[in-house]
Write a protein that binds this ligand. Sequence first.
Ligand SMILES: NC(=O)CC[C@H](N)C(=O)O
Length: 255
Amino acid sequence: MNERTLNIAHLYPDLLNLYADRGNIVTLVQRLRWRGIEATVHEVTHQDAPRLSAYDLVLLGGGSDREQEIVGEYLLKHKQEFKAAVDSGLPLLAICGGYQLLGAFYQLPNGQKIQGLDILDMYTSAGTGLPRLIGNVAIETEYGIVMGFENHGGRTVHQHRPLGKVLHGHGNDGESGYEGVHHMNIWGTYIHGPLLPKNPQFADAVLATALEYAGHSAVLDPLDDVVEESARRAFLARRMPDVTTSPDAATAQPK
Ligand SMILES: NC(=O)CC[C@H](N)C(=O)O
């Protein structure tokens, strides 16, 4: 039988790794290992050319405006490859600064625009004199409640399907009531903290998509997530008591 393995690329870990975004990689690898599935992690620094055809899943973390400016330059050199790869279904998870770089541009408070990969019909602007959107965040998604922490100056606008509905926090722009994006096999979100250890169901959805893309069975044995679930309940109870974990999702009103 064809043994299942995954090739996971962590893009620019040397530049985009805010609020422990690297924990997302650790979570993916560990959740595979617990199921007897091996993963190879390709750390693609700014000195390397990404080999998108060799990966089954790509992760882009968050970063400061300064780091995004540097990464933006590197990414632009591979714009066509990225477009072709995601059009063919390559799974891509992008967090905050990385999420912003999937759109046409990220406009800084001084008006300067960092060009993005333009693989989503989307743009981000920090505006002038606007407060940063900071704090704990919880959203209602097809993977249950996804929770974490956000800290961004940028406001993101797009017409794609959002990742979820804001139950607590700010989301894409602090106004629309929506957070993130889910288009084809691309997920973008402002949720750091890191995202995947706090949201095992979402982590497994990403893994299943990547396994399928790699030509493997996407069936994942269930794991005992008792500790993760109790951490999630404690996080909500202490930091976002307005959001409940009742089975019919949160009872809090979306913003
Ligand atoms: N947390 C982040 O990745 C920040 C992204 C971007 N620099 C902003 O402030 O909007």
